[in-house]
Design a protein around this ligand. Structure first.
Ligand code: ADP
Length: 654
C-alpha cells in the first residue's frame, strides 16, 4: 500500500491523497516509532531561521515576547509522549474527575476501537512533510486551496442505528462537532466539563452525530489515553510568521460519541488544563486552529460546529477567515458562553502573532478591546452564526453592565442571534439509586430513610457529630467571588445553632480556603471544610446533606443545584441566572416549589432564606419530605435542552 500523503498548508487547508483512517494505528504502535517522526518534524520546521537550534521554550516566554519567539524553532512532536505517557498520566491530577471516572471503565471498555482496524505503523510519516511548513499565512481574501477529494459529511460509526430505532428519532439527522477545553471524565474543572460530557450523549438520542474535539492534555488519566487510537498527524502553520506545529489526532469512541484529542506536547503537557493567560493564550490559539484543520484532515465536515467558551472562541473567526474556502468553511458555528467572566484577553501584538489572523479583524467590532487589548471571546461572538448561553435569565443579564463583564454592549449588538438554553445533568451519571460512591444508594421509594443513613455516614466520615436530626447544609463550589462566599462566611456563625452542621467542599481563593479552615477549627463537630477537589466526596455530600447552599453573585446556569434536587437535597439559592430558572421558590401557602431563594445579594437575605428552610425542616417535616420527593421527581435531564439545541442546529442548517 502506498504511503499516505496528507498536508495542511498555510491556510489550514487539506491536501489529501488517501483517507486518514487508513493509516490508523494504536497508541502503542505509534509509540514504537518516535525517531522517524522526529526527523520529519525537523525537516518540517526547517524554514524558520532559527530552526536549526532546537531549543525548547516555554509557551509563557513566547507569549510574553512573540517577536523574539518567532525566530526560535518550533518544538516538535508528541512522539515521546505517545511513547511513555503512563508515568505521567498515572500521577494524581488536580481537579480531574479521577474517582468517579474510576467507576466508568466498564463503559469505557465497551468502546469499540472501530477505527483501529487497519493497523499501520505511525512510522509511515507522509513523505511530503517538508513542504507543509511553508511560511506566511495568506489573508482571508486569498482564495484557499480546497481539498481535491470530494467532501462529504462522514457520519461517525455509531451513526448506524437499527431501522426501527432510526424511525423513532427526529429527522433529519444533523452532525455536530463540539470543540471545548474540558470534558468529563477525561478532564474537568467545573460545569463546562459536565456539559461537554452530557450534552453530546443527549444529542445522540436526538439523531445527532457528534464528535467532540478536545486537547490531549497530559493529565488525562492513562486508562483513557491507552484506549485512544492514532487517527493521523500533520503540520500546521499557526503564527503570523508561519511557524509550523505538529498536530496529532488520537481518537476514542465511547457510547455513540467520538472523541478526537488534539495532540501536541508543547501546548498540552502541563498538569492542569489552565495555567495562566500567558500560557493559555497561545495554547488555545493553537487548539482552535488545529481543531478545524483536523476536521478538514479527517474529512469530517459537520453541519454545525458548536464551540464552548473563550478557549474555543477563535473557531468561528478562523472559519470565516483563514478556512473560508476550505471544506470546513461551509459549516455553521454556534458559540456557547458558559461563563462570561472568562474571555481570553491579552495584548493585541501577542494575539495577533499567535493567531496569525489578518490585521483587519483587530478592530473594535471584533477583537479590539480598550486601547491595546484583544479579546478572543469578543471576536468569537462577532463571527459566530449563533450565540447561546446556559440559561434564559443569564442571556438577559449579560446584556446589562452589571453582568456584562465589559461585553454587554457587544452582546446587545449581537442579541439577535443570542439564545438561552438551560443546562441539564446526566441523569445516568447522577443517579442516587445506582451511585456506587454512596454509603447507601437510594431511589425515590426509600429516599427519606436512606438519606438519613447517608447523612450519618457523611457525619462519621467527616468527624461531625453523628445525629440525623441535625440539618446538614452542604456547599460544593469553586471558592471564588462568583459563588457568594462572602455572604456565607459572614453568616456562618449565625448558622451554627446546635442543630445545624455545615459541610464545605471546594478549592479556590486563599481567603475563602483559609476562612473555611478557620471555621472548621472554631466550630469543631459542626463545620467540616474539605479544601480539595474530590468527586466521590461531592457525591457523598449531595446524598448526605439536607440542603445545598448556592448563593452566587452570578450563576450562568449552575449544576450543583440540579444535582442536589436529583438527590433529594433542597437547594437554597440566589435568584440569578440559571439558579432562578431552575429552582422554583417554596410557597408555604400552596406547598409548591423546589427550594428556598432570595433575590438581592445581601448576607441578611441569605440568612433569612436559610432560616425559612430551617423552619420547614424542624417544624413541618412532612412538607420538607414532600419537597424532597418533588425535587427527585423534577426533570433535570438533558432531554428537553438537547431538543432545543437540535432545533437551533436546524435553524442554522435547515
Ligand atoms: P462552575 O462551572 O461555575 O464551577 P457549576 O455549578 O456549573 O459551577 O459546576 C460545578 C461542577 O463541579 C459540579 O459538577 C460540581 O459537583 C463540581 N464541583 C465543584 N467543586 C467541586 C469539588 N471541590 N469537588 C468535586 N466536585 C466539584
Amino acid at each position: 500500500m502506498p504511503s499516505k500523503k496528507t498536508a495542511i498548508n498555510t491556510e489550514g487547508n487539506l491536501e489529501i491523497e488517501k483517507k486518514p483512517s487508513e493509516k490508523t494505528v494504536s497508541a502503542a504502535e505509534a509509540a514504537e516509532k518516535p525517531a522517524k517522526k522526529k526527523t520529519a518534524v525537523k525537516k518540517a520546521a526547517a524554514p524558520a531561521e532559527g530552526a536549526e537550534k532546537p531549543v525548547k521554550k516555554t509557551a509563557a516566554k513566547k507569549a510574553a515576547a512573540p517577536a523574539e519567539a518567532a525566530e526560535k524553532p518550533v518544538k516538535k512532536t508528541t512522539a515521546k509522549k505517545v511513547a511513555a505517557p503512563a508515568e505521567d498520566a498515572e500521577k494524581p491530577v488536580k481537579k480531574t474527575a479521577a474517582k468517579k471516572a474510576a467507576a466508568l471503565p466498564e463503559d469505557a471498555e465497551k468502546a469499540p476501537a472501530k477505527k483501529a482496524a487497519p493497523k499501520k505503523s505511525a512510522k509511515k510519516a507522509p513523505a511530503n512533510e517538508e513542504k507543509k511548513a511553508e511560511p506566511v499565512a495568506a489573508p482571508a481574501e486569498t482564495p484557499a486551496v480546497v481539498a481535491e477529494e470530494p467532501v462529504s459529511v462522514v457520519a461517525a460509526p455509531e451513526a448506524a442505528e437499527s431501522t426501527s430505532a432510526a424511525e423513532e428519532l427526529p429527522q433529519p439527522r444533523r452532525s455536530v462537532a463540539f470543540i471545548g477545553s474540558e470534558c468529563y471524565p477525561f478532564v474537568k474543572t467545573g460545569g463546562l466539563g459536565d456539559v461537554m460530557y452530557a450534552l453530546p450523549r443527549a444529542l445522540t438520542k436526538q439523531n445527532c452525530d457528534v464528535k467532540v474535539i478536545l486537547p490531549r492534555y497530559k493529565c488525562i488519566p492513562w486508562k483513557y489515553q491507552e484506549k485512544m487510537v492514532y487517527r493521523g498527524e500533520f503540520y500546521m502553520d499557526l503564527c503570523a510568521d508561519g511557524r509550523s506545529f505538529y498536530v496529532g489526532i488520537m481518537e476514542y469512541v465511547w457510547d455513540g460519541v467520538v472523541y478526537d484529542f488534539i495532540d501536541n506536547e508543547e501546548f498540552f503537557s502541563a498538569g492542569n488544563p489552565y495555567i495562566s493567560l500567558v500560557d493559555d493564550i497561545p495554547k488555545y490559539c493553537f487548539f482552535a486552529k488545529a481543531a478545524l484543520a483536523a476536521l478538514n484532515y479527517m474529512n469530517w465536515i459537520p453541519d454545525v460546529i458548536h464551540c464552548h467558551d473563550w478557549q474555543a472562541a477563535l473557531v468561528p473567526v478562523y472559519l470565516r477567515t483563514l478556512f473560508a474556502g476550505t471544506p470546513i468553511g461551509g459549516a455553521k458555528t454556534m458559540l456557547t458562553i458558559h461563563n462570561l467572566r472568562f474571555q481570553g484577553v491579552f495584548n493585541i501584538p501577542t494575539i495577533r502573532y499567535w493567531t496569525g489572523l489578518p490585521d483587519y479583524v483587530f478592530n473594535i467590532d471584533v477583537f479590539k478591546q480598550g486601547r491595546d487589548d484583544a479579546n478572543m471571546l469578543k471576536a468569537g461572538l462577532a463571527y459566530a452564526d449563533m450565540i447561546t448561553t446556559v440559561s434564559d435569565t443569564y442571556a438577559g443579564e449579560i446584556q446589562t453592565p452589571f453582568f456584562g463583564e465589559n461585553l454587554d454592549g457587544h452582546l446587545r449588538h449581537h442579541s439577535y442571534k443570542l439564545r438561552g438554553i438551560v443546562n441539564g445533568i446526566d441523569v445516568e451519571l447522577w443517579d442516587s439509586s445506582k451511585d456506587e460512591l454512596l454509603a447507601l444508594p437510594y431511589g425515590r421509594a426509600d429516599a427519606l430513610a436512606r438519606k438519613k443513613e447517608n447523612k450519618r455516614a457523611l457525619q462519621e466520615h467527616l468527624g461531625l457529630e453523628q445525629d440525623d436530626g441535625k440539618l446538614v447544609l452542604g456547599l460544593i463550589s469553586r471558592l471564588t467571588n462568583q459563588k457568594g462566599l462572602d455572604l456565607v462566611t459572614s453568616i456562618l456563625p449565625s448558622l451554627i445553632d446546635g442543630n445545624t452542621q455545615v459541610v464545605v467542599l471546594g478549592t479556590g481563593d486563599a481567603r475563602y480556603e483559609d476562612a473555611f479552615r478557620w471555621f472548621e477549627n472554631e466550630y469543631k463537630g459542626s463545620v467540616c471544610s474539605n479544601i480539595m477537589y474530590d468527586e466521590s466526596r461531592a457525591h457523598a455530600i449531595y446524598a448526605g446533606a439536607d440542603a445545598l447552599l448556592v448563593p452566587s453573585l452570578f450563576e450562568p446556569c449552575g449544576l450543583t443545584q440540579l444535582i442536589a434536587m436529583r438527590y433529594g437535597t433542597i437547594p437554597i439559592v440566589r435568584e440569578t441566572g440559571g439558579l432562578k430558572d431552575t429552582v422554583q421558590p417554596y410557597n408555604e401557602y400552596t406547598d409548591e416549589g423546589n427550594g428556598f431563594t432570595f433575590d438581592r445579594y445581601e448576607a441578611g437575605l441569605l440568612l433569612d432564606a436559610v432560616n425559612r428552610a430551617k423552619t420547614v425542616y424542624f417544624t413541618e417535616r412532612e412538607r420538607w419530605d414532600e419537597m424532597v420527593l418533588r425535587d427527585m421527581d423534577k426533570d433535570v435531564s438533558w432531554d428537553n435542552s438537547a431538543k432545543q439545541y437540535r432545533a437551533l442546529y436546524l435553524e442554522l442548517k435547515p
